[in-house]
Write a protein that binds this ligand. Structure first.
Ligand code: PLP
Length: 402
């Protein structure tokens, strides 16, 4: 059906770049040089520059980038790393895989990012690092994080998987920490056609260690100074990313325009909390809108939970041809995989409330304003279907989130 609005449309981006990409890919195929070559080095330079760093180290994916960054900073068993629970599993998984303990801190409902006012209370003698996540493309409050890190001698690792190209008070995300990690997963604002990732840093020693760790601990071929892994960036992904990179800032600007269109189009849906638009002119903070995420505030009947209601909204949107996703339905502190850390329901109420209520809507540079109007019309209809007997003023507008 032509008027469907998919949550993502990677084919459309490809078709716009097909001749350039085909040429770039063929040049790598012809070169016979497929892993850690010239293109990878060029990409490392370009991404480091974009992130305001001196060094870039290409790796196989964003998850490896996080684990390698912790490894290069010597974070391991007995150490604690402070991080949000409202994020993709890889953030805390990397910490746990190094044998360290993720210490989950509450997020702010307004930004979906770690609440820096609550970090200090989570610091113990075992704390070694803070790992903020720039969720949905919006920077965490890096000034507050860096001053706490300084005060308590903690390392900082930015999980910049979702916010490449974003600025925090005029400085690029990824430029603040000891090491920052990027994912080029295909759905990211700058996406490869497969897995790829990078770590950026301003510390020459960390960069050198990372180059060893990603390649079996060797600096000179077959001389293994320490144990490492195989996490190398391949030339095909590098050349694809280099081809897309010149478009990134335009794409990110387009996403920000679309976010404004969304906020305007959805402003009368009283049962949604819309994301805050950042006043870019005032503080030079640029949100790159990896996701446009709304919060559903419908009153649950006794036999429903907010998350089943949210899922019903998503299913009804799908019936009206509108794709949507939930990032992320279960916060990490309540996931079985992290049960060993002893968290329980109620420990992080804002995180838990958001996880039950968020919906991310279609967001990609090729999305049209007209498509956003169709999303808004669908929300109108879903509201009517779900609130047949409930008057609008019964909608919960205050769930303690804003
Ligand atoms: C916040 C966050 N951290 C880490 C990752 C892991 O990246 P990758 O999928 O490239 O391993 C992702 C993306 O998938 C992410 O969104």
């Amino acid at each position: 059906m032509h008027n469907k609005v998919p949550v993502l449309n990677l084919q459309e981006q490809f078709s716009g770049l097909a001749p350039e990409l085909e040429q770039a890919i063929m040049s790598v195929l012809r070169s016979g040089n497929y892993i850690l070559g010239e293109k990878g080095l060029e990409l490392e330079k370009e991404i480091a520059k974009l992130c305001g760093c001196q060094y870039g180290i290409g790796v196989a994916n964003g998850t490896d980038a996080l684990e390698l960054a912790l490894w290069a900073l010597d974070i391991g068993p007995g150490d604690e790393v402070i991080t949000p629970s409202f994020t993709f599993a890889a953030t805390a998984e990397a910490i746990a895989m190094r044998g360290a303990k993720p210490v989950f801190v509450e997020v702010e409902a307004k930004t979906f990012n770690i609440d820096t006012a609550r970090i200090e209370a989570a610091i113990t003698k075992s704390s070694k690092a803070i790992m903020p996540v720039h969720l949905y493309g919006m920077s965490a409050d890096m000034n507050a994080i860096m001053s706490l890190a300084k005060k308590y001698s903690l390392k900082v690792i930015e999980d910049n998987a979702q916010a490449v190209g974003a600025l925090y008070k005029g400085k690029p995300t990824g430029s603040f920490a000891d090491a920052s990690c990027i994912s080029f997963y295909p759905t990211k604002n700058l996406g490869a056609c497969g897995d790829a990732g990078m770590i950026v840093t301003n510390d020459a020693n960390i960069a050198e260690r990372l180059r060893k760790l990603r390649a079996h601990g060797m600096k000179k071929r077959y001389y293994h100074e320490e144990l490492g892994i195989n996490s190398r960036l391949d030339e095909l992904q590098a050349v694809i990313l280099l081809t897309k990179l010149p478009y990134l800032s335009k794409w990110n600007e387009k996403r920000a325009e679309l976010a404004k269109v969304y906020n305007q189009a959805l402003k009368n849906i009283s049962w949604l909390t819309l994301p805050n638009l950042v006043d870019q002119s005032q503080n030079r903070t640029i949100h790159v809108w990896h996701q446009y995420t709304v919060v559903v505030n419908l009153p649950a009947k006794s036999n429903e939970t907010p998350s089943t209601l949210r899922d019903t909204v998503m299913a009804k949107l799908a019936e009206h041809g509108i794709g949507s996703m939930c990032y992320y339905p279960i916060p990490l502190h309540l996931q079985e995989a992290f049960s060993q850390y002893g968290y329980k329901k109620g420990d992080l109420p804002i995180t838990e409330t958001l996880a039950e209520r968020v919906i991310s809507l279609p967001m990609y540079p090729e999305l049209t304003e007209e498509a956003i109007k169709r999303v808004a019309t669908a929300f109108d209809k879903v509201g009517q279907e779900m609130l047949p007997v409930i008057s609008q003023n019964q909608v919960y507008t205050n769930v303690g989130l804003r």
